[in-house]
Design a protein around this ligand. Sequence first.
Ligand code: URA
Length: 434
Amino acid sequence: MRMVDIITKKRDGGVLTNEEIDFFIDGYVEGRIPDYQVSALLMAIVFKGMTNKEIVHLTDRMEHSGDVMDLSDIPGKKVDKHSTGGVGDKTSLALGPMVAACGAVVAKMSGRGLGHTGGTLDKLESIPGLNVFMEEKKFKEILKSNGVAIAGQTGTLVPADKKLYALRDVTGTVESIPLIASSVMSKKLASGSDCILLDVKFGNGAFMKTREDAKKLAKIMCAIGNSLNRDTRAVLTSMDQPLGFAVGNALEVKEAIDTLHGHGPKDFQDLCYQSGAIMLEQAGIAKDEEEGLKMLHKVVEDGSAFEKFRQMVIAQGGDVSYIDHPEKFPLSKHIIEVKASKPGYVKHIVALEIGESAMRLGAGRETFDDVIDMSAGIVLRKKVGDKVAKGDVLCVVHTNKDDYESILKDIENSFTIVDGFVDYPPTVHDYIKG
Ligand code: URA
């Protein structure tokens, strides 16, 4: 078999056989096929797509390109949740403990942020001492004793995705449904959970720009998971504004704590409840979503969801005094209000712009080596649908950088304020059950 024949076959719209997919994945991971040939094949896939059968096989081969986590010795169904990446998306921090407090086992493998989207691991690391990298044995011990752990993926899980993702990032081949689906699902499957809930984002702050494309991606990811015997479902949510109020690492941890106490921002709180109810049904703990919702409200009200988060932080070596007293998180040197220059209703907040501005304020990294300023970020005071008067505070900017003036302008411009009434948008736009 020759790689050049596989490239030309896909270039001409052909369907790759299982053997051809195995040849390409194994050859790339083992270093026999060079980056330039794989780049050419990736670009052909971007233009010609793949059949569902090709995508399922590609995912399966990627999943088995390295170690696969075995969680079968932990009693009960293990549930995992994955978001395709958004601005202000701190869902795992609140949702994991909420669902675990109801009795499910939440085994969450997360990633770091790059560019305008923040990563769960970076957010967690704003808690002094907290360790996100641990041996499989320790991860499983925490799951057994506490029911929830959030860890970084070890280097031995899905090496094929590690290599392919890095190549896609620099060859303009990220935005492809078959490639995103196989990348996300190979990692989820290798992480060993029985049930997976996907949060597929769409809008200007997401990889999928339209709801239609997000739905296509969600459907194929559910089909992959279900065909490989995992209960896989998806919610479709909009990234036409950031999620919740806070964007930036420690700021988002504080918002997750507020949410666990029952007073988080409405859109964020709603997403946690709706996703959590589905996960409890998937895990067989609630008979339906309605019962799941009741259970979630109870664990927030009686404090057991917050206690789960505390226990997770302690188990992962974090200083829990920051969770009990969030005012201990250091504040940035500059805290600046951005005000509305006209009255009206907020119609749109460009999430991409807010995410990129937060990154420029110090909250994210442009390259893997950049050091994050955990205190930096943006806290929205107005969301889509809110009425504003001229001079009202739209958001508050936190930064240790002195040259922030031009960033303030970009942040102000990311708000669209119109004269006419604007409805509050729904939190979940669609639910795909499999
Ligand atoms: N997230 C992933 O893990 N992979 C992609 O390809 C896109 C988003």
